[in-house]
Design a protein around this ligand. Structure first.
Ligand code: 6GU
Length: 239
């Protein structure tokens, strides 16, 4: 998969993608990340990328032309068609289903705004969809783009080692994760649930499922409606 990031700070997103699972996906050739700075496509000695908004008000709005030229350069760098995503708090909220959908595209172009926003005409002409990473204010789209790069990279075939298998992750089954324990068995902070030491894999799987269900019920009951619980799950939840 190829991801192009349009940003005044493309190195920031690249740094976020340099470590761990995402860095390794890059090394394995599963993900290639490219940054494009609209400042490099801006005109004049001052290389302006923003202007004051028509109608007045605070802040600055990003100009059409530097962004359009950067998007065009990104599109032209590879013949495969790209889905253009604008990182915006007005977008649809990102969740794991949305991540899976984005990860299925061969190419993404992530457009990061700064200042108060981007000229609406650029969004209308070039953007396929707006995505938000949650209901809070960020100063720019870069952190949100880094979130998408990470979440999408780990879903690429071969990005995770067997031990990290994505199917076991929180949210892949629509539930929160169960608790985890490792050495030592005895510690002043407490012991380890006996079932995990039993060697009985069916019991362990059932305990983990029950923990996942219980935690989700306590912390995120909204997720349970969507999770499509089986009869056995409902029994575990009531137990
Ligand atoms: Cl995707 N972008 C910006 N700029 N702010 C946000 C956001 C995205 N999601 C939440 N806040």
């Amino acid at each position: 998969m190829r991801i192009d990031v349009i940003s005044l700070f493309p190195e920031f997103v690249a740094q976020c993608a340099a470590f761990g699972v995402v860095g390794r996906a890059g090394e394995r050739g599963l993900l290639s990340l490219h940054g494009w700075n609209p400042r490099d496509y801006a005109e004049g000695n001052y290389r302006r990328v923003d202007e004051r908004p028509f109608g007045g008000g605070p802040g600055m709005v990003m100009l059409i032309e530097p962004l359009r030229a950067a998007i065009r350069a990104a599109r032209a760098a590879d013949p495969a068609p790209a889905r253009v995503v604008y990182m915006s708090p007005q977008g649809v909220r990102l969740d794991q289903a949305k991540v899976r959908e984005l990860a299925a595209h061969e190419r993404l172009i992530l457009l990061c705004g700064r200042y108060e926003g981007v000229d609406e005409r650029l969004i209308q002409a070039e953007v396929d969809e707006d995505v938000s990473i949650g209901d809070y204010v960020l100063s720019g789209g870069e952190l949100a783009a880094a979130v998408i790069v990470d979440a999408v990279a780990r879903l690429q075939d071969g990005a995770l080692n067997d031990a990290e298998s994505a199917v076991q992750d929180s949210f892949e089954d629509g539930l929160l994760d169960c608790p985890h324990y490792t050495r030592p068995v005895e510690h002043e902070l407490g012991g380890v649930p006996a079932v995990l030491m039993s060697g009985n894999h069916a019991h362990i799987a059932r305990w983990r499922r029950q923990q996942s269900l219980g935690r989700t019920w306590q912390r995120r009951p909204d997720l349970l409606d969507e999770a499509g619980l089986s009869k056995a799950d409902r029994k575990l939840l009531e137990a």
